[in-house]
Design a protein around this ligand. Structure first.
Ligand code: AMP
Length: 421
């Protein structure tokens, strides 16, 4: 156990952390473009927040939360997603008193006790956004367009945007009743989860992954046929805006989120080469959530993108950039006495903002040169016996192979000048 991490967790090692930094850089650029600002909330919250904010009939809350009692006997949960925390923070910090809508993005680890497999982990990372305070379809289009812009900027193609409307508390009860009528005589054939969903949350039967449930839900009525006038025109407005922006989409009436505070727009972006875990982005409108969490009724919409899945997709399409480990100078001392001078020079270089390293392993000259090439280093600053005695340093340009003997004090200015070129 001491040398094995918990199941479903993964170390991000130096050979791939550069890829994470690359994706995070694109996230920050795109969010800046769309005028979303970063929020960082704690990784744990009161359990109650998720019971309310995600819904106690969802798989996440029923089966997947990491919940524990702290030393003061409070029930605490590691966040399984970030929307509830963002809404909690929005209310606690009165973000509604600033300019509206409140446009937030976040990047961070989430925790779900899920069955681990490729693309599914127990600690995973999401990039997400929340736009709180605007109700028209334009903000829905903006949120979707940000997700698409991000994935496109990474170079991902073969993406499929699915959209649907899940209605609102006005029109959904009509649909719910129709669904229950449809499933009434099929109920006994459904999986045990869906049998309980029948009463509590029948829309969720439509997105059950069980094959039998999928078979029995064929031909089920569509929410889109039951939308009230307001939800209907919101959905039409969204389609118009997406079309105008050149964002292609497919309407998928099976895309559901059965809870009362999820309203109107629901969407998903799939990258099919990822197979079973093809969903890279899931999002939707949650006009009832803020009131559910104790605020004034306030509309909101957001999405979450799984960063591990994005990285898997980038790897599949050979779109991962090479990681830059290059340095400017490698300081190579020969002999014990040269080591102190080398360390002094190394420190001066680094304090001057130059990326530098030195040998810490007492390597031979040949091994040091080989090691310097691995970074690669642009220059090697060699300090042998002669250089030491003359207070000089031999600088080798590793690209051209040319060498120059210079005064020790001239090293930093020379490298700075080279870096300007
Ligand atoms: P959700 O919060 O369930 O709507 O998920 C949003 C996105 O997060 C999904 O489309 C996935 O890309 C990602 N995701 C969700 N659960 C996991 C998980 N267990 N492991 C890795 N990625 C996940």
């Amino acid at each position: 156990m001491l040398t094995t991490g918990p199941r479903g967790t993964k170390d991000i090692l130096p050979d791939s952390s550069g890829h994470w930094q690359y994706v995070e850089k694109i996230i920050r650029e795109v969010c800046h473009n769309f005028a979303y600002q970063e929020i960082r909330t704690p990784v744990f919250e009161h359990t109650e927040l998720f019971l309310r904010g995600i819904g106690d009939t969802t798989d996440i809350v029923e089966k997947e939360m990491y919940t524990f009692t702290d030393r003061a006997k409070r029930s605490i949960t590691l966040r399984p997603e970030n929307t509830a925390s963002a809404v909690r923070s929005y209310l606690e910090n009165k973000l509604y008193s600033g300019p509206q809508p409140t446009k937030l993005f976040y990047i961070g680890p989430m925790f779900r006790y899920d069955r681990p497999q490729a693309g599914r982990y127990r600690q995973f990372h999401q990039f997400g956004i929340e736009a709180i305070g605007a109700e028209g379809p334009a903000i829905d289009a903006e949120v979707i367009s940000l997700a698409v812009a991000f994935l496109n900027k990474l170079g991902l193609s073969d993406l499929k945007l699915l959209i649907n409307s899940v209605g609102c508390p006005q029109c959904r009860p009509v649909y719910r009743a129709k669904l229950q009528e449809f499933f009434q005589d099929k109920r006994a054939h459904l999986c045990s989860d869906c049998q309980s969903r029948y009463d509590r949350n029948p829309m969720r039967i439509l997105d059950c992954k069980n094959e039998t449930c999928a078979k029995y839900s064929q031909g089920a009525p569509h929410m889109l046929d039951c939308l009230c006038e307001e939800c209907g025109s919101h959905f039409a407005g969204l389609q118009e805006l997406l079309t105008a922006a050149g964002i292609s989409f497919v309407i998928n009436p099976r895309l559901v989120r059965g809870l009362d505070y999820y309203t109107k727009t629901a969407f998903e972006i799939q990258y099919s080469p990822l197979g079973a875990q093809s969903a890279v982005c899931g999002g939707g409108r949650y006009d009832g959530l803020i009131a559910e969490c104790g605020g004034q009724p306030t509309p909101g919409i957001g999405f979450a993108i799984g960063i591990e899945r994005v990285l898997l997709a980038l790897e599949k399409q050979a779109l991962l950039p090479s990681i830059n480990t290059a340095i400017d100078v490698f300081v190579a001392p020969l002999g014990t006495e040269a080591r102190a001078v080398a360390f002094q020079l190394l420190t001066e270089l680094r304090y001057a903002g130059i990326a530098a390293d030195m040998d810490f392993m007492n390597r031979s000259l040949k091994a040091q040169m080989k090691y310097a090439n691995k970074y690669p280093a642009k220059f090697v600053a060699l300090i042998g016996e002669d250089e030491l005695a003359a207070q000089k340093v031999m600088v080798k340009n590793m690209d051209t192979g040319s060498q120059e003997l210079i005064a020790r004090t001239a090293l930093v200015p020379m490298i700075l000048e080279e870096m300007e070129k």
